[in-house]
Design a protein around this ligand. Sequence first.
Ligand SMILES: Cc1cc2nc3c(=O)[nH]c(=O)nc-3n(C[C@H](O)[C@H](O)[C@H](O)COP(=O)(O)OP(=O)(O)OC[C@H]3O[C@@H](n4cnc5c(N)ncnc54)[C@H](O)[C@@H]3O)c2cc1C
Length: 293
Amino acid sequence: MKTELLIIGAGAAGIAAATAAWDAGCRDIVLADRRERPGGILPQCLHEGFGHAQYGRELTGPEYAQQIAQKLNQTGVRLVLGTEVLAVYGNKSAVLSDRSGLTQLHFERLILASGCREKSIGSLPVVGTRPAGIFTAGQAQEMINLHGQDLGKEILILGSGDLGFIMARQFAQSGKHVIALVEKEAHYGGMARNYHRCVEPYKIPILYHTTVAEIHGSGRITGVTLRHLDGGGEEEIPCDTLITALGLLPERDLVRGLGEPEWLFFAGNCHRVHDLVDSAVSEAERIGRAAAE
Ligand SMILES: Cc1cc2nc3c(=O)[nH]c(=O)nc-3n(C[C@H](O)[C@H](O)[C@H](O)COP(=O)(O)OP(=O)(O)OC[C@H]3O[C@@H](n4cnc5c(N)ncnc54)[C@H](O)[C@@H]3O)c2cc1C
């Protein structure tokens, strides 16, 4: 099989790049995503705060996804869902896997729009067991918002970036006890607007200069040891759920080792992590036009 332009990832960036490439005259585009629906992480972000620059008002993640999907639907881009790209080779070919098996696809240009992955608890020097009840913020968001699961009652959040803030508010709004956000620095990591919307109104404490040193529990987490990095010693805090919001890493494994060939482009969070979707989209539109030209 052949295509002019292959785009890996149908999140906000991949959709925007595909639409812009089509509008710039490219008429043979395959947009592949391993998930069964387009939009990437947007459908799980039920809070408002998306699209202020692009649409002049604040949308939820699903509403934003719908807006960009509508534009995509007006093009002839071939959207293939439930399709994982397993490998990309220097001879401009990729191996795609779906329910019918493996396909080799040859392309002229490739846009990688594969998003980012979350750092897990394993990225920190935390001792102790790894029982149930420890989730990254994105996993927790997906399990609650898309699968209706109830994760726990006594919640501790490690990391005070935007993801940590948004999950803190969601737990507080659903009647859970958010014990604290734990932050090793002297200031929170998220945007001030999210602090004022998500943390302040719910009086959720942020423990600065503090980290999780040890995890307790065998079947299920029962608590953690907090270490106060400013010389304040250690204390044990009981909890049944630990959410890690430790930051995001661009997901570029597929093209590692390929160097910088002129046919390869990056868009969205796999290029650099965008706090705002509007920024990911406007950059991806530029990349889509460049790839088409
Ligand atoms: C919890 C959270 C809250 C946010 N809140 C806001 C907010 O309030 N306001 C705002 O403006 N922005 C917000 N953002 C930021 C914004 O949502 C992101 O910057 C943007 O959606 C990233 O889009 P993307 O397309 O780069 O990545 P993603 O949405 O992650 O899409 C990447 C896609 O690539 C697919 N993929 C990856 N590898 C492969 C492969 N090998 N084969 C096939 N498919 C693959 C994945 O399945 C995924 O669908 C938030 C982000 C998060 C995580």
